[in-house]
Design a protein. Sequence first.
Length: 263
Amino acid sequence: MLKLIPETKYFKKILIALLISCSANVLAQTKVVHALVALCDNDQNIAPVAPKLGNGQDLTNNLYWGALYGLKTNFKNSADWQLVKSIRNPEAYILERVVFKHKQNDVYLVADAYDGDYIYTTVRDFIHRCAGEYQQQIQVDNKTLNIGGGADLLVYIGHNAMMDYYFNMDYYPAKSDHKQRQAIVLGCYSSKYFTIPLEQSSTQLLISTTGLMAPEAYILEAALDGWVRQQSNEEIRLKAAKAYAKYQRCPFNSANRLFVTSY
């Protein structure tokens, strides 16, 4: 009779080592966040802001991009993120694309500044990307980053154009692949308007909102701090609420009710 016990034990050791190695590789995989920012524009259906903040073609001063708490400026000033690339007009309607690298983790944030005149295009692009469509690759730091429908986390920042009377989509796309994606939508009443489109694509709505709000980038930075650390959805939601209460100088209970998450 053959003695298989030693070989079996040896095989188990090899198998465990392989599983540990595979798990480490999965954890070490580059993660990509792709944010679509509809630049603030006073011609949108919003409460008007100062002209230079509400010029949807002004990257330097725009409320959601170049201003103090706009995405580009906020993340350039962050202690945890570093700007590694900036591209002007990478695609139609996109005035600038910036790429940030997390300083401690293999996580990249790719953000696109959409011309404020094309906010409906921005929202439609976001919904289609959440379904896995428009997958693209870009080269950064000798790495290939999957963006669009290939990103791990998709973000929309701006006016919630789905509330507008003239906004329409012929259909909400279904999931087109097997990738699990998450989404953050920073705009007024985003939970009410974005839940159904993203459920259609099986996208987990990580952070959305229940009321009027200012979609400034410190909210995203706080949420990403938890996301990078692989914290729970509730912990990430609380980080967003605390940041909003701090910068808006509003009661935490109000901010806490504003942000919701899927479980």
